[in-house]
Design a protein around this ligand. Structure first.
Ligand code: AMP
Length: 188
């Protein structure tokens, strides 16, 4: 199975994706992490995207599509991908459908972690101390939240209509969310 995990910055997407990847032997495809690696390695793509990421906006659809196609087309990851951070707008959701069709795969479930803006601000400030991400200050976090609301919320509607969406309360303690996700996953 392939799954999509959604949530605003600081919702716990990364934490929960790591948990799912380990427990269900899946591959976590975090587009944000892949993009940050390009920046650290100072590749041509990395140089192009660093200012975009640090402003809280979205990187171009084409750059991210090329990146995810490399993973989807890899037989080692076939039907066991966690899309963590993709799709982030409607065009990406349709692109993901097409790419999965091209490689004879599909999405089994879409998990959405809901959290309030207050919680996000708190978590982002804690994470900044730990991970030292340049886009984790309060101002940029609010910008990323706004980008999420504007571009990503319509994608939620898209998956709701396809009957793939499960909404999870991301305010609960991590282990309770782990359990809720495990229960959902074992039913698929
Ligand atoms: P994340 O680690 O998921 O919070 O992503 C960090 C940043 O990477 C985002 O704020 C965007 O600038 C960029 N990014 C990650 N995934 C995507 C995507 N699917 N499309 C465009 N930009 C992305």
């Amino acid at each position: 199975m392939n799954i999509v995990i959604f949530g605003p910055p600081g919702a716990g997407k990364g934490t929960q994706s790591k948990f799912i990847a380990e427990k269900f032997k899946m591959f976590q495809l975090s587009t944000g992490e892949f993009l940050r690696k390009e920046i650290t390695a100072a590749t041509p793509t990395g140089k192009k995207i660093s200012s975009v990421i640090n402003s809280g906006a979205l990187v171009s659809d084409q750059i991210v599509s090329d990146l995810i196609e490399k993973v989807i087309s890899n037989i080692d990851y076939q039907n066991r991908i966690i899309f963590d951070g993709y799709p982030r707008n409607l065009a990406q959701a349709k692109n993901l459908d097409n790419l999965l069709k091209k490689y004879k795969q599909k999405i089994s479930i879409v998990l959405k972690l809901s959290v309030s803006l207050d919680t996000i601000k708190k978590r982002i400030s804690e994470r900044r101390t730990l991970e030292k991400r340049l886009d984790d200050n309060e101002e940029i976090a609010i910008k990323r939240y706004e980008t999420y609301e504007k571009s990503t919320e319509p994608v939620i509607e898209y998956y709701k209509k396809l009957n793939l969406l499960k909404v999870i309360n991301g305010e609960k303690p991590i282990n309770q969310i782990n359990k809720e996700i495990s229960d959902i996953m074992t039913l698929i």
